[in-house]
Design a binder for this molecule. Structure first.
Ligand code: IFM
Length: 478
């Protein structure tokens, strides 16, 4: 399989556009959106605080493509997606949205939307093909071009350091099951802080460690495809340790940037009024939320979480004295990713109480966002929050009125949370572009901007036009 993977990547590289785009000519001063004028400020609707960071998100493997160009090394997702049966239709991220070659076109689309903030991820194996050692200058140049292009357009870059694409070279050494991986990550992070830290003011360490643990290591439907609950818990601890070490690495550089983790969180509710359902909800809340929030924001696993593991569970030995203090190194912000709530019965089963989307796990419940944000403030204090993912897949191509309705309701819930005193500073829609949706391949379309699967041509959807107006008015219409 590995051999086949290497050959396929080489072929993809040869077929792709010959080389990375050149340096961009100087940009005019950032101005308003082009094309049809946005609605006038002051139209009836909700108004967010001045300076609210309206944004959009992507991640490297999902949009960049250019998988074997300019010295990029393979990641676990290259390996996994090239193995038969792992993704719908055998789709891979070899070309994805071809963002690597179309970066200036995409930057102009962001400017035309009026984005204030753009959250992207750095491909670890593009800048460090072996995961460690000497930097790949060509790979790093791409992120310089991206960040310079954002700044030239008045868009704030928010850089995620790990969005699931562990370098394959490190996976071959044990990946996240290996404690050393936490330090390898911190070393890579520090190289990024030194390389880009004079331009990037906000860093996110990990994207959704819970998903890596559940889908990558427990059910195996994501890379690296492990199906081992015991290994999953060890990997989860090492991911959290990596977060804390990276926070320390930023402080050690003396740079000013803000840093935090990006956690996907789900408010958990009892499915009925029974005491059993309440007990199950409290237990599930530990797995869904507290297991991640407590170590990062309070510096300790929830009481009973570690002790509750079986006596021979390897995670007990993986958590060493002092680790929790490292993980709890003070964060400057928390990035919240909200998609769905969880309703749990007295028997511990999950039930769905609201409509879902093409992604069957995405139960649409905007009030859950309000509950989540206010709960974080109540239980973890007044840490600045930014939403770094929220959105839905739509089958309606460019007439995606369902996405507009979804976002409108979630923006309203966010607004209510701000009114209730939550320090919410931004909202990044997932996603800017239609992209590679992991095991679902290209079958789900999450973008504000349509990407043609054959030509990779871009077209703004109705939701993009609507979002442009939201940003211009600093809030959604009523
Ligand atoms: O596409 C993903 C993203 O990479 C992580 N959060 C959830 C999104 C939708 O499934």
């Amino acid at each position: 399989m590995r051999r086949r993977h290497v050959l396929t990547l080489a072929a993809a590289g040869a077929a792709a556009t010959a080389c990375s785009p050149p340096e961009e000519p100087a940009q005019p001063a950032p101005s308003g959106a082009t094309g049809t004028p946005p609605p006038k400020p002051g139209a009836a609707g909700l108004v967010f605080p001045a300076g609210f960071a309206w944004g959009a998100s992507t991640s490297a493997y999902q949009v960049e493509g250019a998988a074997a160009e300019d010295g990029r090394g393979p990641s676990v997702w290259d390996t996994f997606s090239h193995q038969a049966g792992h993704t719908r239709g055998g789709d891979t991220g070899d070309v994805a949205a071809d963002h690597y070659h179309r970066v200036y076109e995409d930057l102009d689309l962001m400017r035309d939307l009026g984005l204030k903030s753009y959250r992207f991820s750095i491909s670890w194996s593009r800048v460090l093909p072996q995961g460690r050692g000497a930097l790949n200058a060509k790979g790093l140049d791409f992120y310089h071009r991206l960040v310079d292009g954002l700044l030239a357009r008045g868009i704030v870059p928010v850089a995620t350091l790990f969005h699931w694409d562990t370098p394959q070279a490190l996976q071959d050494k044990g990946g996240w099951e290996q404690r050393d991986c936490a330090q390898w990550f911190a070393d890579y992070a520090q190289q990024m802080f030194y390389s880009l830290g004079d331009k990037v003011a906000t860093w996110l360490t990990l994207n959704e460690p819970k998903t890596v643990v559940s889908l990558g290591y427990t059910t195996g439907v994501h890379a690296p495809g492990r199906k081992d609950r015991r290994a999953a818990d060890v990997a989860g601890h090492h991911l959290l340790l990596a977060h804390g070490l990276a926070v320390r690495a930023l402080r050690a550089t003396g740079r000013k940037g803000a840093i935090g983790a990006a956690l996907n969180l789900s408010p958990v509710y009892p499915a009925d009024g029974s005491p059993g359902a309440a007990r199950q909800a409290a237990a599930l809340d530990v797995e869904e939320n507290r297991r991640w929030l407590d170590p990062v924001l309070l510096g300790k696993y929830p009481d009973g979480w570690l002790d509750g593991q079986p006596a021979n569970a390897p995670v007990r030995a993986a958590v060493r004295p002092g680790d929790e203090a490292v993980i709890g190194e003070r964060s400057d912000l928390l990035a919240v990713q909200y998609y769905n709530p969880a309703f749990v019965t007295a028997q511990g089963g999950r039930v769905t109480k609201h409509p879902t989307t093409q992604a069957s796990w995405l139960e649409v419940y905007p009030d859950g966002l309000f509950d989540l944000l206010t709960r974080i403030k109540r239980d973890y204090g007044d840490i600045p929050l930014t939403i770094t993912e929220n959105g839905m897949p739509s089958t309606n191509d460019v007439r995606d009125d369902d996405r507009i309705a979804f976002l409108r309701e979630h923006f309203a819930a966010a607004h209510r949370a701000i009114q209730a005193g939550v320090r919410l500073q931004g909202f990044h829609v997932w996603s800017l572009l239609d992209n590679f949706e992991w095991a679902e391949g290209y079958s789900q379309r999450w973008g504000l901007i349509r990407v043609d699967q054959d030509t990779r041509d871009r077209r703004r959807k109705a939701s993009a036009e609507w979002y442009r107006g939201v940003i211009a008015r600093n809030g959604p219409d009523a």
